[in-house]
Design a binder for this molecule. Structure first.
Ligand code: NAD
Length: 263
């Protein structure tokens, strides 16, 4: 065991951290001592307050950007750097879902899913890498999905974007392999966040059942454990990847999915 696994003096940016998985990851990083920059839409003040409440000495700031726009991402990265210094830990987490058959898939939704779930990670990574290389330390964690490794019907844009994100992860890992910068993807199964609540609602309507039954049928259909993964479990995996023990974990797509991919 080393004693260097604290994230005090490290600075982290978590995209899409006003809600769900990103918020859980931001809290864990702050609780480990890091300065944390939050990003995302919705109730920003509540997210900043929730992360600040568990922070251990680091600063908690908010850097807004619509991640569909490269210019806004560039501004976000500069603002984060100004407020908390060079980004040591970059968590590309923001994502949206849209469910529709391929031949009915709205073109604007395809573009949004690609921009937020995939292209934004290219921009944040290209902008964070020079600082990480200069310090010879960095951690890039891309929140992909089991849908980065397998498909489900009616999720063409999401599955394509997440497979792309796993590919981007591998290339980034190879290009940083000779340094202490690592890049990995984590691939959650079902996590009960607002992104999935919308799918539970749609299923309840489609099956003519109540929300609880729809939740149960959604999770058991794919996940042998019959239980949702939690943001806290995913956050602990991120902390492991940020630790010294994670130094040689490179280019991995690590599923945490209640057995979904074991089938
Ligand atoms: P969520 O809806 O709770 O959070 C999404 C976050 O992204 C929010 O903070 C939202 O404001 C932000 N966001 C959305 N569009 C944005 C934009 N244009 N610019 C900036 N921020 C934007 O969803 P979640 O379930 O916590 O999802 C987080 C990540 O985890 C996503 O990449 C998602 O694909 C992935 N994931 C989720 C699940 C699941 O079951 N919930 C499973 C696998 C992977």
């Amino acid at each position: 065991m080393t004693t260097t696994d604290t994230l005090a003096d490290r600075s982290a940016l978590v995209t899409g951290s006003t809600s769900g998985i990103g918020l859980g990851i931001a809290k864990a990083l702050a609780a480990a001592g890091a300065n944390v920059a939050l990003n995302g839409f919705g109730d920003v003040d509540a997210a900043v307050a929730e992360v600040s409440a568990v922070a251990r000495g680091g600063r908690v700031v908010y850097v807004g950007a619509d991640l569909r726009r490269a210019g806004e991402i560039e501004t976000m990265m500069s603002e984060a750097r100004e407020q908390i210094g060079e980004i040591d830990v970059l968590v590309n987490n923001a994502g949206i879902q849209h469910v529709a058959p391929l031949d009915e898939f709205p073109v604007d939704k395809w573009d949004d899913v690609m921009a937020i779930n995939l292209t934004s990670a290219f921009h944040t990574t290209r902008l964070a890498l020079p600082g990480m290389r200069a310090k010879n330390w960095g951690r890039i964690v891309n929140v992909a999905s089991v849908h980065g490794l397998v498909a489900s019907a009616n999720k063409s844009a999401y599955v394509a974007a997440k497979h792309g994100l796993v590919g981007l992860t591998k290339v980034t890992a190879l290009e940083t392999a000779k340094s202490r910068v690592t890049c990995n993807a984590i691939c959650p199964g079902w996590v009960l966040t607002p992104l999935v609540e919308a799918q539970v609602e749609a299923r309840a309507q489609h099956e003519g059942t109540d929300r609880e039954s729809a939740k149960e049928s959604l999770v058991t259909e794919k996940q042998p454990s019959g239980e949702f993964v939690t943001p806290d479990q995913l956050a602990r995996l991120v902390l492991f990847l940020c630790s010294d023990a994670g130094d040689q974990v490179r280019g991995v797509a690590w599923n945490l999915d209640g057995g979904w991919l074991a089938q």
